[in-house]
Design a protein around this ligand. Structure first.
Ligand SMILES: NC(=O)c1ccc[n+]([C@@H]2O[C@H](COP(=O)([O-])OP(=O)(O)OC[C@H]3O[C@@H](n4cnc5c(N)ncnc54)[C@H](OP(=O)(O)O)[C@@H]3O)[C@@H](O)[C@H]2O)c1
Length: 298
């Protein structure tokens, strides 16, 4: 079966690897052509425009940064809606504003195309292992049809209702949780380092308690070694907190820590950490405290 993947960044590429491995024929489009080179070498076919992907494939996954990018992919001059393939179903896995998803879904429906939202919890490594959680909203029948594809890289799929955009609210709420856990772990590590105590012992103990998190277990050991190889860019975490705060303004939620988190991730971005993993928020807290980047216990 042919599947199109539009957006071949960290996540789109990981989805591509997984689906190639599972025997699907993969068609790719990425704005910056070179970024899909690795997948092309593995056997995926590159196309020059989103509309060409829509002509070739009845099932297309989008994984791009934000709502503006999704709108360009769908409705731009060379966008998917120009594919003239009424069998096309689009699955948007990007983390975007719910409002943008609602807009895209309603315009797609008007133009006679099917689309659902399917934001993902879990990074590229988990995607390659088929180990992510996917949250789906939109038309129930279409969602059921898409489940057969999503199940190839998701260990669990939550269908959260036929109202477009609902999955996006849940995804933003989940990401705020991660952003705050990264800050909380960073402050604990600063405290431990300032106390001239070994952060690796601290982490080992934390990770043997009920209060461990996926972040403390998987990212913690890398954080204390100053390893911020990007799996989820800090700039994208900042984008997600900005989206959440924008939503909160509209729905009347007063979220003091998410406002603070936005400021801290913005400061980290201003210091040039955008292209690092979001856990590089620790670098910022280290700097506030005149601590060297990685732990050195004398
Ligand atoms: N990484 C994760 O752990 C993770 C997990 C769950 C969800 N997500 C979400 O999944 C989406 C993709 O994330 P990622 O980590 O793959 O990010 P990424 O590596 O930064 O890739 C972003 C992708 O979006 C494309 N893009 C951005 N603006 C565009 C535009 N105006 N027109 C066309 N394409 C555009 C980029 O194309 P270029 O290469 O040309 O810039 C690239 O393919 C984001 O919404 C992110 O929040 C990420």
């Amino acid at each position: 079966m042919k599947i199109g993947i539009i957006g071949n960044g960290l996540m789109g590429s990981a989805i591509g690897y997984r689906l190639l491995e599972r025997g699907f024929q993969i068609y790719l489009y990425n704005r910056t052509k070179e970024r899909s080179n690795a997948l092309v070498k593995k056997g995926a076919i590159r196309m020059d425009r989103p509309s060409m992907i829509g002509k070739e494939c009845n099932f297309v996954i989008i994984s791009v940064t934000d709502g503006q990018a999704v709108k360009e992919i769908l409705f731009g001059d060379n966008g998917l809606v120009n594919c003239d393939n009424k069998l096309l179903t689009v699955v948007d896995t990007s983390t975007v504003l719910p409002e943008d998803s609602i807009y895209c879904a309603s315009l797609m429906k008007k133009k006679g195309y099917a689309i659902i939202q399917a934001p993902i919890m879990g990074g590229p490594d988990a995607t390659k292992k088929g180990d992510v959680i996917t949250i789906v909203s939109g038309n129930k029948k279409i969602s059921e049809k898409c489940r057969k594809i999503l199940t190839n890289f998701s260990k669990k799929i939550f269908y959260v209702g036929n109202q477009d955009g609902v999955a996006n609210y849940i995804k933003l709420g989940l990401n705020l949780n991660i952003a705050l856990i990264a800050i909380s772990l960073s402050e604990s590590l600063v405290f431990i380092k300032k106390s001239k105590t070994d952060p690796s012992i601290f982490l080992e103990i934390l990770n043997s308690t009920y209060f461990k998190t996926g972040l403390s277990e998987i990212k913690g050991p890398k954080m204390i070694k100053n390893n911020f190889e990007p799996k989820f860019f800090l700039k994208n975490m900042l984008k997600d907190i900005q989206l959440l705060n924008e939503c909160a303004k509209h729905n009347g939620a007063s979220l003091s820590f998410s406002s603070l988190a936005e400021q801290y991730y913005q400061m980290a971005a201003n210091r040039g950490y955008s292209e690092l993993d979001y856990t590089a928020i620790l670098k910022l807290f280290n700097e506030f405290n005149n601590l060297p980047p990685s732990h050195q216990i004398k």
